[in-house]
Design a protein around this ligand. Structure first.
Ligand code: PLP
Length: 277
């Protein structure tokens, strides 16, 4: 029998390169491999970093970021895209206008501003934030800030003052997933806010591990991959949370680097990894 060849679901990751391999583009590709979704990339900046620190970054020119997006879309149009680190306001505008011109169907925006180690991954911060609110968030199916990003981008004095139901209108977004990973205490539930009300809560218990580098990148990538595979938004978030929770739990058994290690990206192939060695 001669079945017609099938297309892969494709997700386009528009993000920075992490030389350490745990976050950014590298994490996004590994997540796609776990979910069976083909990940294409438009690299926005190349960082020099390891599990302890970001030493520097070399930003890609906005026109060349757009060129990568257009070239991929001309051949293998993705069903979904995600954005991660976008280093300058000019690059944010270029990405937003290019995505609008190609008519991307599903877009997850992870508004990365500062690394866990405290290095600015976007600058000047205020101008990047304004460009995101004006140009990028209105295009997004979902925006996925952590508590610090939500407070900064939505104009709250601190993370304790965030009023979740107001986030969509403050950010100019259709839907916001407010991530709970930076809460203190044993719970880190995520809240889905749609049309200025809390639509759902995704429960999660805190996992005791230092290996959290790239968690935000990986979650947004897993949501975008799930959307590319045809899942509706709520199911895509639940599917992504499931995978990231498993990857975090399994990562707790490993030590990689001297700082914050990566997730365990090998579910599906984990029988090849010898825990004793
Ligand atoms: N480096 C790059 C290139 C990233 O895209 C990200 C993603 O958010 C980070 C670093 C931040 O990783 P983390 O804050 O999890 O250390």
């Amino acid at each position: 029998m001669n079945d017609a060849p099938r297309p892969y679901p494709v997700m386009l990751s528009i993000a920075g390169s992490d030389s350490g391999g745990g976050a950014g583009i590298q994490a996004d590709i590994k997540i796609g491999c776990q979910l069976g979704v083909f990940v294409a990339t438009a690299i926005t900046s190349v960082t020099s970093q390891n599990t302890c620190e970001v030493v520097g970054r070399s930003d890609i020119a906005p026109d060349f970021i757009s060129s990568q997006i257009l070239t991929v879309c001309a051949d293998t149009m993705p069903q979904a895209a995600k954005t991660g680190m976008i280093p300058t306001p000019e690059a944010v505008v270029a990405v937003a206008r290019t995505l609008r011109s190609v008519g991307i169907e599903n877009l997850v925006v992870d508004p990365v501003l500062i690394s866990t180690s405290g290095h600015a991954l976007a600058s000047p911060l205020e101008e990047v934030a304004a460009a995101m609110r004006e140009e990028l968030f209105p295009l997004a199916t979902l925006v996925t800030p952590n508590l610090h990003e939500a407070a900064y981008l939505a104009g709250f004095a601190d993370t304790d003052s965030i009023e979740p139901p107001t986030l969509c209108s403050r950010l100019g977004a259709k839907a916001v997933l407010l991530k709970g990973g930076h809460k203190t205490g044993c719970r880190c539930d995520d809240l889905l806010i749609e049309a200025d009300s809390v639509a759902a809560s995704f429960p999660a218990e805190r996992i005791d591990t230092v290996n959290t580098h790239g968690t935000g990148c990986s979650l947004s990538s897993a949501i975008a991959c799930s959307l590319a595979a045809g899942m509706p938004l709520m199911r895509a978030i639940a599917n992504a949370k499931d995978l990231i929770t498993t990857d975090l739990r399994l990562a707790a058994d490993y030590r990689h680097g001297k700082g914050h290690g990566p997730l365990f990206f090998f579910t599906g192939g984990k029988h090849y990894i010898n825990k004793e060695s």
